[in-house]
Design a protein around this ligand. Sequence first.
Ligand code: PLP
Length: 402
Amino acid sequence: MIHNKGQGFATRAIHHAYDAQEHQGALNPPMHLSSTFTFENAEHGEALFAGKCEGHFYSRVSNPTLSILEQRIACLEGAEEGLAVASGIAAITSTLWTLLSAGDEIIVDKTLYGCTYAFLHQGLAKFGVTVTHIDLSNTDNLLPAISNKTKVIYYETPANPTMALVDIKLVSEIAKNAGILTVVDNTYASPFITQPIALGADIVVHSATKYLGGHGDLIAGLICAKAELIQSIRIEGVKDMTGACMSPFTAMLIMRGLKTLELRMKQHCESAMNIAKYLENNTQVKNVYYPGLSSFSQHHLATKQMQLFGGMIAFEVHGGMLAGKRLIDKLSLIQCAVSLGDAESLIQHPASMTHSTYSPEQRIHHGISDDLIRLSVGLESCDDIIDDLQQALNNSSIKTVA
Ligand SMILES: *Cc1c(COP(=O)(O)O)cnc(C)c1O
């Protein structure tokens, strides 16, 4: 079952790295709720600690249940190895604290998820790492920003919340030539839609809280990269620095979520496309940002590096932030909440919620408009989601004097 890379995405998401016959026939992987693992004898313990033989000794480092999930996500991302951690932010902090030292520079995209932005400017800058933001949606900006201290390039594509895309192949080429590692936050796309490592990226990080878990019942993170990089992030980043390991129970829930990832993503994407078109044709809506729309400024890049266009939409209504908040308050099926990728459609206002870690001035500088609304299209019947948007738009419209 381990050597099945030729199989389809859904098959690998359901079966990879698990053989029921090795586990008394149990269809689902057993959950190893054990913090520690006994050694055969003192010599075996010594060999495990020295990395001279393979095996588990403490669940902050590795655990048999997590190990199945790690192999599975690596297989889906086309990576050598995977690493399961406690949250998306744990994936980001464990990775960057491993790769960077005081005096190094990191180049990051203009717009990033709010807590990632806070970590860079507080968690990293405080320890003497220089953080440089550039607009990576225009790859011409990259080369001039690179110095001999640049160690890492970090971005999201699509970016949370603006939906701006980064050309993964082009950025990876430039980075490779300069000997710099690239880290891609693939949360918005999921591996069903984009596999950054196949396009040349070195490391993929995920908030598995979102599409991978898919049911809004857990917080988790995953990291994928070459074996050597994963080993150093596992030992330095997770075991010794953040200590942010994943619970085996969470790993079980994610593996349950992965079984339907392809099915769910197809539905998220189909509904999001319909809803984006509906919003684009509504006179109360000023702008719609969805990679699948031909009006989207980076639509061509989207068709090159995204298999489908995702379940996330950003939009602005006429009347600005106040009208947007009024719209949110008038919705009844669509829930007002942060997070994304759940079965339930979720809507929120980035400037006052997920991206309130930026100051108002910073938000302007980083392209996060106060008017922007972020919609995570759920798995409800698409007509019902559109009906809810329609009634809310009807009931929240600003009656302007003609
Ligand atoms: C939610 C999110 C994170 C953080 O993940 P947690 O699981 O909440 O820690 C990181 N990046 C992106 C793009 C996200 O949407």
